[in-house]
Ligand binder design. Structure first.
Ligand code: MG
Length: 164
């Protein structure tokens, strides 16, 4: 990657709804009647953001870095993993210039939690809150998100090679 001053990355993730679990999105527990199924805390938004950064680093994907067959990652807070991805980014000589994310879900309403999510993810990455964007959209009742079977998330990031 030497000589490449900027890198872009894209991340996408989906988790199915499951009864009896907390709904954790962007590192925040969101009030809802069910959560998301997954090996970790199933934080679909943080997973998409991590995968975008890992993609920009050309370091594979989060499934390779944090295999869901590894009991060490059972129930782990995805924010902890996001912090590790931030460390990997810095060790590779890059810093996060900007990131934007979108949650795709019918319910619950995300806007009351948006800034808390931004702050939490920014803190885990050691960047200013202004670097991290969060928004949400519905799919007008269409598809698996519209039927409230699960939640999807997308993220894009721009990394800059740190001065050396
Ligand atoms: Mg995931």
């Amino acid at each position: 990657m030497t000589g490449t001053p900027v890198r872009v990355g894209i991340g996408y993730d989906v988790h199915a709804f499951a009864e009896g679990r907390p709904l954790v999105l962007g590192g925040i527990e969101v009030s809802h009647d069910r959560g998301l199924a997954g090996h970790s805390d199933a934080d679909v938004l943080v997973h998409a953001l991590m995968d975008a950064i890992v993609g920009a680093l050309r370091a594979g994907d989060i499934g390779r870095l944090f295999p869901d067959t590894d009991p060490a990652y059972a129930g782990v807070s995805s924010l902890v993993l996001l912090g590790r991805v931030g460390e990997l980014m810095r060790s590779e000589g890059y810093r996060l210039l900007d990131a934007d994310t979108v949650l795709v879900l019918e319910r619950p309403m995300i806007s009351p939690y948006r800034d808390s999510m931004r702050a939490r993810m920014a803190e885990a990455l050691g960047v200013d809150i202004g670097v991290i964007g969060v928004k949400a959209t519905t799919t007008e009742g269409l598809g698996f998100t519209g039927r409230e079977e699960g939640v999807a998330a997308q993220a894009v990031v721009l990394l800059e090679r740190a001065e050396s």
